[in-house]
Design a protein around this ligand. Structure first.
Ligand code: SAH
Ligand code: SF4
Length: 378
């Protein structure tokens, strides 16, 4: 009968120390672990056969004893003259997630990655939440989205944002391990300050992450200035209300010295009124004072006009409403920017490609029409 030890170990997802220990376990010197790390994370090898500085016999034994996750893109849709590309990525069990590549004028090449198949949090405006949670991704599956984009684009990625499908902090250990390997000199070597994790607001995990004292950017999805509205939009607010979420975020600021990003999806007539902007500004200014910071040193608000999701009744606000909201934040000294939407025409918002994949063309066009009609409003 198969036991757990018969399942080949995935070398992608292992730290350098673990790869060295794995090499030792195979009767090899430690430096073989370092060679494997270089092939897997830096060269981006997808098979052991490519690892030409390992003896042929060892490559054969590795192929028997271990595996190397290498995901493939089922579809790629491009926008912004190729500066945005969205990949539907197939996992080994047939499940799919999405990964988005964005190239910016200043030279940054950023990847937005998923951490779960689906999501169990059920935010009312989000396409990913509609079907619930299927499963967590492994560390290998999280990291390989970045490597896949590098394979597809033929260039190195400079920034990674954990803002695709799923709630990263609900898949805490694989997410943290992926962050460390993305950052490590033996890994992908991406600076911690170029890594961003977005959370719906899991307070205990935010506090755990604060203790790690990493220099990554934490983004907190707030979306409402009061508990009644936030509980209606973001059900997890009933478990951890705004006061607890902002207190945990303040602790993150205190421990790491980093500003926290506040994500706020604007839904017309729901959470985008000027008085709600004022209330948000006041709330953030108060919580900055609690940790002895100015609002500008503690927070940065990202306003995200809602990306239409087929079948949902929300609307994107018009530009003048967004500007009035921004002015209110400014009045309270809270810095804010409106997130420039990339790839709106390819539905690069969370969870949308997967929903349209496999539908007849007419249905896919239907989704596009909704996006365009809504986009014209703003
Ligand atoms: N689960 C995490 C990270 C993934 S979602 C979180 O919620 O933070 C990343 C961001 O996209 C979140 O701020 C989320 O609220 C936002 N988002 C979800 N659906 C959206 C939509 N249709 N339009 C615009 N932003 C959306
Ligand atoms: Fe999950 Fe984030 Fe979507 Fe909420 S917004 S359902 S937490 S992916």
């Amino acid at each position: 009968m198969a036991t757990i030890t018969d399942i080949p170990m995935d070398l992608k997802g292992m730290t350098l120390e673990e790869l060295e220990a794995f090499a030792r376990g195979m009767g090899e010197p430690d430096y073989r672990g370092r060679q494997i790390a270089r092939w897997v994370y830096q060269t981006g090898a997808v098979s052991f056969a490519e690892m030409t500085d390992l003896p042929a016999g060892l490559r054969t034994r590795l192929a028997e004893a271990a595996q190397l996750t290498a995901l493939s893109a089922l579809t790629a849709v491009r926008a912004d003259a190729g500066d945005t590309a969205k990949y539907l990525v197939r996992l080994d069990d047939g499940a799919t997630v999405e990964t988005v590549f964005m190239r910016y004028e200043d030279g940054r090449r950023s990847v937005c990655i998923s951490t779960q198949v689906g999501c169990g949090m059920g935010c009312t405006f989000c396409a990913t939440g509609l079907a619930g949670l299927t499963r967590n991704l492994t560390t290998a599956e999280i990291i390989d989205q970045v490597l896949l984009v590098q394979r597809e684009q033929g260039s190195r990625v400079t920034n990674v944002v954990f803002m695709g499908m799923g709630e990263p902090l609900a898949n805490y250990a694989p997410t943290l391990r992926a962050l460390r390997i993305l950052n490590a000199p033996y890994g992908l070597g991406i600076g911690m300050r170029h890594l961003t994790v977005s959370t719906v607001g899991l307070v205990p995990q935010i506090r755990m992450l604060a203790q790690e004292r990493l220099q990554l950017t934490l983004a907190v999805s707030l979306h409402a200035p009061d508990d009644e509205l936030r509980s209606a939009l973001v059900p997890i607010n009933r478990r951890w209300p705004i006061s607890e979420l902002l207190a945990a975020s303040a602790e993150y600021i205190r421990q790491t010295g980093r500003r926290v990003s506040v994500e706020y999806v604007l839904l017309e007539g729901v959470n985008d009124r000027a008085d709600q902007g004022g209330r948000l500004g006041r709330l953030l200014a108060e919580h900055a004072r609690l940790v002895g910071e100015t609002p500008a040193a503690a927070w940065h608000v990202n306003l995200i006009p809602w990306n239409p999701v087929y079948g949902m009744q929300y609307r994107r606000p018009a530009r003048d409403r967004v500007e009035a909201f921004l002015r209110e934040l400014d009045r309270h000294g809270v810095p804010a920017t409106v997130r420039l939407e990339r790839g709106v025409e390819i539905d690069a918002a969370c969870g949308q490609l997967r929903r349209t994949h496999g539908l007849p063309q007419a249905a896919v066009r239907g989704v596009g029409e909704v996006s365009e009609a809504e986009a014209r409003r703003s």
